[in-house]
Design a protein around this ligand. Sequence first.
Ligand SMILES: Cc1cc2nc3c(=O)[nH]c(=O)nc-3n(C[C@H](O)[C@H](O)[C@H](O)COP(=O)(O)OP(=O)(O)OC[C@H]3O[C@@H](n4cnc5c(N)ncnc54)[C@H](O)[C@@H]3O)c2cc1C
Length: 406
Amino acid sequence: MIRYPAKGVSLPVAETADVVVVGGGVNGASIAYALAARGVTRVVLCEKAALASGASGRSSALVRMHYTNEWDARLAFASFPVFKHWTEIMGGPSVFTHTGFVNVVAPPYAAALRKNVEMLRSIGINTVALSPGELRDLQPFANVEDLGVAAWEPESGYADPAATVEGFRRRGHELGARILQWTAVTKILRRGSRVLGVETSAGRIDAGAVVAAAGAWAPELCREIGLEIPARVKGLDTVQVTRPAALAQPHLVFIDNVQGSYFRPESGICTIVGVPCQDWDLDPDAPTVLPPGAPTVGAQILTHRIPAMEGATLARGYRAFDCYSRDRHAILGRVDGIDGLYLATAFSGSGFKIAPAVGMCVAELIVDGRAKTVDIEAFNLRRFAEGRSPEGPYPYAPRKDHAGPD
Ligand SMILES: Cc1cc2nc3c(=O)[nH]c(=O)nc-3n(C[C@H](O)[C@H](O)[C@H](O)COP(=O)(O)OP(=O)(O)OC[C@H]3O[C@@H](n4cnc5c(N)ncnc54)[C@H](O)[C@@H]3O)c2cc1C
C-alpha cells in the first residue's frame, strides 16, 4: 500500500512530460539532471517526501572504485571524476573529501584481490595491492595481523550525500527539469505493453517514458502494475564516534572484508562505522530505530582494526534501509514487455558512488536507445530469468549482512 504525503503541489489536470523520474534520491536526481543535460526539455522528477529522504540522505557515501566485478567498477570509474571535479562539472561547492581508500581481505582472499586489482587497473582505475606491512606504513595505528593484502586507491574518499543530491537538483533545475517534492507517484499508468505516464498525489502526468528510481519503494510501485522485481528491503546500521585525541588526523576509508564492515572519517574528528545488519523486509515508511547492541558491535569493529579507537566516544547512530536485489547488484535498464518503463533501483547498499554514471547511462538509454558511458546490459532485469549475474570470478567471503532471503 503506497502512503501519500499530506503536503504537495497541484498540477494542471493533465501535465505532459517526455520523461517522469519517480524518486528523488541520488539516482533519481542524477537521472533527471542527466536527461536535462542531454537536452530533454520536459523532465519531471516526482519525490513523495523531501529529496534525499530515503537511503541517499543517510548514505555513508564512500566514493571508491574497488569492486569484484567489472561492471560496477566501470560505473564507479565513470562516476569518480564527477565527484572529484564537482565544482567544475556541476558548479556549487565541492561535495567530495579526499582521504584515500583501502579494501582489506584475509589471507585466503589475497590472490583474488590481486586478480581484481589487475582487472581494475585494466579499466584505468588508480589502484595497487599493498602487503600488510605496506599498509602499516600508510596507517601506523592499524592492526594488520589478520590481513592478507589490501587494495589501495590513493585518490578515493567520500562525499556529502545530501549536498550531492542537492547539486543534481540544482543543475537539473537550471537546465529545465521540474523537481516536484512532496509529490507521490501513486501509480504508473500503462495500457497493454506501453507506459502512458503516472498518476500522482497532485494529478496525472502523461509521459513517453517513466524511470522507477524509487529505492526501497520500487518493488511495491512495480508490483502495482504487475511487475515483480526480485528485490527486498534491508536495514543498514551505522554508528558515528568521536575519535580520541591520539587519532585526531583523518584515517583512510576502509572496507574491512575480514570483519564484513567499513569505516570512514566524518567531518574532522569523527568516524562512521557500518554495523552489519541482517534485518530484511522492513517497511521503509516505518520509523527506524538503531538496535541497542549496535554501538558495541561498531566499537568492536573499530578497535579491532584500530586499537587506539578504544578511546573513542559514541556520537550518534541510526538505522536506514536500501533495496537489495537477489544477486546484490543494481537493476538498471529497460523492462522487456513494458515499452517506456525503465528501472534504476535495487542498488543493494552500493548505489551512491555510481549515481553520476547511472544518470548518464539511463539518459543515454532513453535518448539514444543505448547506454554508451558504460554498457549496463549486465544489470538488466532479464538477467534473473536468464540466470546471469554481473558478479566477477574472484569474489571475497560473502558478507554476512548480505546473506538473507532471496
Ligand atoms: C547507511 C547506508 C550507508 C551506505 N553507504 C554507501 C556507500 O558508502 N557507498 C555507496 O555507494 N552506497 C552506499 N549506500 C547505498 C546507497 O546510499 C544507496 O544505494 C543509494 O543512495 C540509493 O539511491 P536511490 O536514489 O536509488 O534511492 P533512495 O535514496 O532511497 O531514493 C528513492 C526515493 O524515492 C522516493 N519515492 C519512493 N516511492 C515514491 C513514489 N511512489 N513517488 C515519489 N517518490 C517516491 C523516496 O521517498 C526516496 O526519496 C549506503 C546506504 C545506506 C542506507
